[in-house]
Ligand binder design. Structure first.
Ligand code: PAF
Length: 279
């Protein structure tokens, strides 16, 4: 395993690496979801690059940035267990941004105006800025992202196409805990009590899926709202079913024909998201 602190040294090194190169961008605090992406990248590429970088511009809430979990030493141990040949990029903020730490302004075709984009102003411009930087600078052949951040995946695919980058973006299925909770670095911030309640997000998505074809979407929304109202210590932020390509909300008066359900909920100050194909 080789660790790089600057993009310049990494670019130089990569110029002699055998392609295909697979990249797994992360913000660290690696969990089994990340490890699945890394294992897949190792299988499908001759060289693998992982970035560990908590990208400041994608945090609309300063407290969220300050409290974001970090475990670089453990992360490196976990990576080493998968393969000793993996390259790891752990930059300081100025290596990525120089002296001006701000997002670029991308046309994201409105994909950033709903759900997470609406709730977390500027979040996707920050994600697009850092991912475009990685893809342009390191030119990986493949880049791997989890479907837990499905909206992010769609936006990354969009900028990859619109900027005419050559990387193939590979979306990977959500990895879940035994009780259905989608794996996320934020899960370790939950208290034991909150952790028990956190599986309600997936439970709600399953309830939605099992009723989706039977009742109009409007009624389904009421069902999911009531489900959360009957729970304590967890508060629904939003539940929506949208077209999986455009993220436009489906028709309220009809049962779901095709769509993906998205949910966000608060457990105390911790906000978790999840999603599930409804067809
Ligand atoms: O999904 C994440 O961990 C981050 O949003 C990403 C893609 C690494 C960009 O900072």
């Amino acid at each position: 395993m080789k660790v790089f602190k600057t993009s310049q040294s990494l670019v130089e090194y990569l110029s002699n690496e055998t392609r295909p190169i697979g990249m797994v961008p992360t913000m660290g605090a690696l969990h089994s979801g990340h490890l699945t992406l890394i294992e897949r990248a190792v299988k499908e590429n001759k060289s693998v690059l992982i970035s560990i970088f908590v990208n400041p511009t994608q945090f609309n809430d300063k407290n969220d940035l300050v409290n974001y979990p970090s475990s670089v030493v453990e992360d490196l141990l976990q990576i080493k267990k998968i393969s000793k040949k993996i390259l790891v990029y752990i930059p300081k903020v100025n290596d990525v941004y120089g002296n001006i730490v701000e997002s670029k302004s991308f046309d994201l075709a409105g994909l950033d105006q709903v759900m997470e984009g609406e709730k977390r102003s500027g979040h996707f411009q920050g994600v697009a800025t850092v991912v475009a930087y990685f893809l342009k600078t390191f030119t990986p052949d493949h880049a791997y992202f989890g479907e837990k951040d499905f909206q992010q995946l769609l936006i990354i695919n969009y900028i990859n196409r619109s900027l005419n980058l050559k990387t193939k973006i590979i979306g990977c299925p959500i990895v879940r805990e035994k009780d259905g909770l989608a794996m996320s670095s934020r899960n370790i911030l939950l208290t034991a009590d909150q952790r028990k309640k956190a599986s309600k997000l997936f439970e709600a998505l399953q309830i939605a899926k099992s009723n989706a074809k039977r009742i109009p979407y409007r009624s389904l929304k009421t069902t999911i709202n009531s489900f959360f109202e009957s729970q304590d210590k967890i508060t629904l932020d939003y539940f929506m079913i949208v077209d999986p390509n455009t993220l436009k909300e489906i028709h309220l008066d009809q049962p779901v024909d095709r769509g993906r359900g998205f949910i966000a909920a608060y457990l105390g100050k911790i906000r978790l998201i999840d999603n599930l194909d409804m067809s």
